[in-house]
Design a protein around this ligand. Structure first.
Ligand code: SF4
Ligand code: SF4
Length: 335
């Protein structure tokens, strides 16, 4: 498997671990060989045959796909590593099927987890698929934490990109994901400036009382790149470590759209299920030295309660990142 050779010194994302994944070494994402979690026709726009890749370089407290993203530590079953040519054939078979046509599914959509951590494998699947159907569209769904080199490869590969921006404030981003925000904003700006035609939309998850104050600066940031770039605000639903946190309300989501428009954005909407019940966790005064931002402190409280003892959160340098309690967290509810 020559095409996986670069995994012998993995630098695919900004954690730049440099580990030899082919020899079983693991970095922050804890993945060795690429793994498919599942694959299915999916009706959410852009309609697609979606391949969910296992594993992630983030440890987001709110993760809706935690069973996939926190593999292999959560003991969940995955499909495994499969021959890229077979996956290409399978994808095209489903896209051309009666149901695929009825759904107007027109592309392979790589999601996860985070597909960047398996980029050479994905390139191989796309290459094989385009040998069968040269015009095949491809979507890449990302948390944006890739290196500039990986971003260029993703742009080369894709027709569309769905790009999550989880926060604007670095402390909030760290508290929520375990990683710094700078590379995400850098890559978001690069795509908005240089590959606008490939941006399906930026997706901004809104978590009540946690990243609400990021909506204005994030909107301003995107408007300063190009006011016509599409932005979707996604309503938080109680999940994973934040399973007890209340869901977003419709009023909050509309307020986000209004704020974004007041910052100059012209192509904004919100989506998702709203109004799910929960209770807001109290702030951990213990963390006041680690986070200036009070919302970051509230978020980090959830991480602390789930066993994360490194604050500000930084999964790259965390001494327990190979025995991370967040990756082993099993929620009681899932929405
Ligand atoms: S976290 Fe990123 S750099 Fe580290 S091993 Fe995983 S993909 Fe490679
Ligand atoms: S314990 Fe370490 S690796 Fe786990 S979430 Fe916290 S900072 Fe990240």
């Amino acid at each position: 498997m020559k095409y996986l050779q670069e995994l012998s010194n993995c630098q695919l994302c900004e954690h730049r671990c440099g580990v030899n994944r082919l020899e079983g070494e693991v970095g922050v994402c804890r993945m060795t060989l690429p793994m498919i979690a599942s694959a299915t026709l999916h009706p959410a726009p852009p309609q697609s045959y979606t391949i969910f890749m296992a594993g992630c370089n983030f440890k987001c407290l709110n993760c809706q796909n935690w069973s996939i993203s926190q593999y292999p530590d959560n003991g969940m079953a995955v499909r495994g590593m499969e021959n890229p040519e077979n996956l290409a054939k399978e994808s095209i078979y489903h896209l051309r099927s009666h149901i695929g046509q009825l759904m107007r599914a027109d592309r392979i959509f790589f999601s996860g987890g985070e597909p960047t951590i398996h980029l050479p494998y994905i390139e191989k699947i796309v290459d094989a698929a385009r040998k069968i159907q040269p015009s095949l569209k491809v979507n890449f769904d990302t948390n944006g934490f890739m290196t500039e080199e990986s971003l260029n490869r993703v742009l080369e590969l894709t027709t569309s990109i769905t790009f999550d921006i989880k926060a604007y404030d670095d402390e909030v981003h760290r508290a929520l994901t375990g990683a710094q925000v700078y590379p995400v904003l850098r890559n978001a700006a690069y795509i908005g400036k240089n590959a606008k035609d490939k941006l399906w939309e930026y997706r901004i998850l809104v978590i009540p009382n946690m990243n609400e104050r990021d909506v204005r600066p994030l909107s301003n940031f995107i408007a300063s790149i190009d006011p016509s770039l599409r932005v979707c605000f996604l309503a938080f639903r109680p999940n994973f470590v934040m399973e007890q946190h209340p869901g977003a309300t419709g009023a909050l989501m509309q307020r986000c759209v209004d704020i974004a428009e007041s910052e100059g954005l012209t192509n904004v909407y919100w989506s998702g299920r709203v109004g799910l019940r929960g209770s807001i966790s109290a702030a951990a005064t213990k963390l006041s030295r680690s986070y200036q931002n009070v919302e970051a402190r509230h978020l980090a409280t959830y991480a602390l309660k789930a066993g994360c003892g490194t604050h500000p959160r930084d999964c790259k340098t965390c001494k327990t990142n190979q025995k991370c309690p967040i990756k082993r967290y099993t929620p009681r509810i899932s929405t």
